[in-house]
Design a protein around this ligand. Structure first.
Ligand code: GDP
Ligand code: MN
Ligand code: MN
Length: 281
């Protein structure tokens, strides 16, 4: 029987962190070179409405064709003015009721309800689906990294947003850059938030392994990999959550993949949503 360490046949990744917070992932298998460089975009100012985020990023980054640019949705929303002040919001009866149950400002809850197309859970926090299909705690409405009394809402059409950013970068640099908008999200069953992709352009959300065979020749029947979320997750790690001031991250030399964009379950497929909705009926 042939015995051969897996590392001789398949890429093994090493993460190296340097002082400039660059992360290098390098395969040790010569025949299969996957060598992805991940760099924070450092030096961006505090972003406000009207700022040209793609232009600011292009001033700091020397893009190459195929690079993936991840941008935190919070800064995209600030640049586009997708923010509200709490003082301008008058909460309705439902927001007052949920605010009371959750111990949250009813005006904030009203903003969350305004963004929600489908509320799946009212307490201990609001969980809802927003217009683009993303399901998020508090509909992704955010109170961090913005002035007191202001809240950030998710971009209403993040897919269109990434397409537009991609075109702007093409116009500015002539480079074909793939773009992901990220947001930090909680998840079911596990503690800890991770980055999720809420919009993407130049790639499919899912890498489809169905039809491939595993190491033992079994045909994979259900394996689909949500690559945009994996990349968003690592970008989120590089950004951090607090005051690092890094709302954009570039992945260089990341391979392409094929698949499809049906990232969100349809209502019929989504058994978790069906179970949650029963609780608030
Ligand atoms: P979210 O995950 O999209 O909600 O974004 P976060 O609020 O977690 O911010 C992600 C990263 O962007 C963190 O490193 C923040 O410090 C940084 N950040 C947020 N707003 C700004 C800004 O206006 N300017 C800069 N330079 N960095 C920001
Ligand atoms: Mn957020
Ligand atoms: Mn975040």
């Amino acid at each position: 029987m042939l015995r051969c360490p897996l590392s001789h046949r398949f890429p093994v990744f090493h993460a190296i962190t340097t002082g400039s917070a660059q992360v290098l992932l390098q395969s040790n298998a010569d025949h299969s070179s996957m060598h992805i460089e991940i760099a924070p975009v450092e030096g961006l100012p505090l972003i406000g409405e009207g700022d040209d985020l793609p232009a600011l990023i292009c001033d700091l980054v020397s893009f190459e064709d195929g690079d993936i640019l991840c941008i935190a949705s919070s800064v995209y929303s600030k640049a586009k003015g997708y923010t509200r002040t709490l003082a301008s919001i008058t909460p309705g009866e439902r927001a007052e009721r949920i605010g009371g149950m959750c111990g949250e400002d009813a005006r904030f809850i009203q903003a969350v309800l305004d963004e929600s197309e489908d509320v799946l859970l009212e307490e201990p926090f609001v969980l809802s689906q927003v217009a683009c299909g993303h399901v998020g705690v508090r509909a992704g409405v955010d109170q961090s990294n913005v002035e007191d009394g202001t809240i950030i809402i998710l971009p209403p059409d993040p897919m269109a947003a990434t397409r537009e950013i991609r075109e702007q970068i093409d116009t500015l640099t002539g480079k074909d850059v793939r773009v992901i908008l990220t947001d930090t999200c909680g998840r079911s069953f596990r503690r800890g938030q991770t980055g999720n992709a809420i919009g993407w352009s130049g790639m499919t959300a899912i890498r489809d392994f169905r039809g491939d065979t595993d190491l033992f020749g079994h045909v994979l029947e259900i394996t689909e990999e949500a690559v945009v979320d994996e990349i968003a997750g690592f970008a989120n790690f590089v950004m951090g959550e607090s005051n690092r001031g890094v709302p954009a991250v570039v992945f260089h030399n990341c391979p392409r993949w094929t698949g499809h964009d049906a990232l969100y379950f349809t209502a019929d497929e989504d058994i978790t949503r069906a179970a949650l909705k029963k609780m608030i009926q």
